[in-house]
Ligand binder design. Structure first.
Ligand SMILES: Nc1ncnc2c1ncn2[C@@H]1O[C@H](COP(=O)(O)OP(=O)(O)O)[C@@H](O)[C@H]1O
Ligand SMILES: [Mg+2]
Length: 571
């Protein structure tokens, strides 16, 4: 509705042009009738025939012009609507948070902006035009026919209700089958997407064959469901034609007899047949329009379901002012991912003061879960997380997030230049600031060594970086933000020990007054940490300084021993 309102002028003129097209079309049989009657009565002259021919020609030119106009205006409207809807969909999508994207695959979401939007566009453009056109042409043609002979008109229209009933029955079936096709299309899109994303892995594991076969299977399934859909669609059109032919048969026989008896003139008879011809298209269009609307509605529902999703993380009703960052506290925090049975965090409490906090623990012990909650990516109940003593839930959402620089465990780079990747969170940063951040992340020299330096492109269409380089770019991006809280989730795992050491040393001068949380697999970067916590099954199993943990935590002692022995062996 909002889009119909927004573009109502365009629609108004478009529909007016459409009506004009129809009107001219309907008038042509009247001219034919006059010509035929004149011919039959021997009154036709070449001048009168030429005049009537010329009239039809000028109507045809008018029809062409009006038809172009309505197509331009109304179909243009449907494209504008599609564009607006697509923008709105994207702007809604980026507002949603992690729980939503954990639930829906990227392929599923992409299918929405592909096929589904096209269906809505078709229904709102072609669908509406055809509907109005069919409705009007049917109505007008029937009136003109009734004007010639009501009884004959009644006969000609007798087969119509069958069509209406059939259309109604079939469109219900169509709806169901069409839904299945769309769902399958999103599976197909998702499979293609994940295959492309994992192409290097597929090659290395020589899984091309299997991947292709799997895609083939999905494709065959898609075709099968499409054929099931086409079967239903296929019944509609031939049936409409059949009914049109039945009408023609009735008119030819009974109308012919009326003409012989002299109840109607030959001209009327010819005009009647022409009107019936004009009716055939709207009759067939009805099935098609029902189809278009059905698809459009199904797709609109699918789109609406996403549009109506609300972010779970909401702005508090009366947000408090953001305090200075003096501490972070966690109180009896438990957390479980949707659809999981085990707790990712189990009644965890922790106070974090400015300085470096190290987190170690087996994979799956909840380190990332803790980082994500602290970074305000998932909703938490009241009284669980506090910034300088104030509940997270009472602080403005964006304001709180802007206190935190978060480096997620999986490095995310854009297909863009190195400079833009680093400047992502602060697009206005100066070159000097970017270089400073890159230096702090220990990657400046390597960037300089690339052919295009900071302008080198990374990602799909550019440079392929090593895991360690990618991680350090992500780190530089976070450091550039210059925020009081930095959370690095395993962000140095692929960085070699020397570089890691340099980065941590840089941190020393930069840390005072800030809170830095560093999840690490290795002990080395944690040696200087103010405190280290050892996580196990979503809880803190031990905590203290490096020295204290060597004594109190068997897990910590074991990994330390493993790593130092491995280090000595390598040296
Ligand atoms: N997006 C997710 N959806 C469901 N379960 C998850 C998700 N991410 C992690 N988990 C589960 O939550 C638990 C904690 O995971 P995580 O915090 O990532 O551990 P760590 O970072 O210590 O390796 C694990 O059991 C893991 O399988
Ligand atoms: Mg993790």
């Amino acid at each position: 509705m909002p889009y119909f309102k927004k573009y109502w002028q365009r629609l108004f003129w478009g529909i007016l042009a459409l009506l004009s097209t129809d009107l001219l079309q309907l008038y042509i049989p009247r001219v034919i009738k006059q010509a035929v009657d004149a011919l039959q009565q021997g009154q036709a002259t070449s001048a009168s025939l030429l005049r009537q021919g010329g009239l039809i020609l000028s109507f045809a030119i008018g029809i062409a012009l009006f038809r172009f106009t309505w197509r331009y205006l109304v179909l243009g409207f449907s494209r504008l609507l599609e564009r607006d809807l697509r923008s709105r969909l994207l702007s809604r999508l980026v507002r949603l948070d992690r729980p939503f994207f954990n639930r829906r695959s990227a392929g599923e979401i992409m299918a929405l902006s592909g096929n589904d939007l096209t269906n809505v566009q078709l229904a709102c453009g072609m669908g509406i035009v055809t509907f109005i056109d069919a409705f009007l042409m049917t109505g007008a043609a029937v009136c003109f026919m009734a004007y010639i002979h009501p009884g004959l008109t009644f006969l000609a229209l007798a087969p119509m209700p069958v069509l209406a009933i059939l259309t109604g029955l079939l469109s219900a079936m169509l709806h169901k089958r069409y839904n299945r096709v769309q769902e399958q299309f999103s599976d197909l899109t998702e499979f293609a997407r994940s295959t492309l994303m994992a192409i290097r892995l597929i090659k290395a594991y020589t899984q091309e064959q299997r991947q292709t076969e799997q895609f083939d299977r999905l494709g065959k399934e898609f075709v099968r469901n499409n054929i099931r859909l086409a079967l239903v669609q296929g019944v509609l059109t031939p049936f409409s034609t059949l009914i049109a032919s039945t009408s023609l048969l009735l008119v030819l026989y009974f109308g012919g007899r009326l003409t012989i008896a002299g109840s109607i003139s030959i001209g009327d008879f010819v005009a009647f047949m022409t009107y019936l011809g004009l009716l055939t298209w709207p009759m067939m269009a009805m099935g098609w329009v029902a189809n278009l609307f059905q698809r459009g509605i199904t797709s609109l529902h699918r789109i609406s379901r996403v549009m109506e999703e609300e972010p779970l993380l909401r702005e508090p009703r009366n947000p408090l002012a953001l305090p200075a960052v003096t501490s972070l506290s966690v109180r009896n925090l438990s957390f479980r991912y949707a659809g999981q049975n085990t707790m990712a965090l189990d009644n965890l409490s922790l106070d974090i003061a400015p300085g470096l906090l190290g987190i170690v623990g087996r994979t799956g012990s909840g380190k990332s879960a803790l980082c994500q909650l602290l970074a305000r990516l998932y909703p938490v109940p009241d009284d669980k997380l506090f910034l300088a003593g104030i509940d997270y839930n009472r602080l403005p959402l964006a304001g709180l997030r802007e206190k935190i620089a978060y480096v997620p465990q999986e490095t995310i780079l854009f297909s863009d230049t190195i400079r833009n990747n680093i400047a992502f969170g602060r697009p206005g940063a100066s070159d000097a600031e970017i270089v400073q951040a890159a230096r702090a992340a220990g990657i400046h020299e390597e960037i300089e060594a690339f052919k295009d330096g900071y302008q080198s492109r990374v990602g799909e269409k550019g440079l392929l970086l090593s895991g360690g380089q990618r991680q350090r770019l992500a780190l530089a991006r976070a450091l550039l933000l210059d925020r009081p809280i930095v959370i690095i989730d395993d962000g140095l795992s692929a960085v070699d020990t020397d570089t890691e050491h340099r980065i941590i040393e840089n941190f020393g001068s930069w840390l005072p007054g800030r809170i830095c949380i560093l999840v690490s697999h290795r002990v080395a970067p944690l040696l200087s940490a103010d405190r280290i916590i050892v996580m196990e099954e979503g809880a803190i199993a031990a905590q203290g300084t490096h020295q204290q943990l060597l004594e109190s935590s068997p897990f910590y002692r074991t990994i330390y021993q493993h790593q130092t022995t491995a280090g000595e062996a390598a040296a």
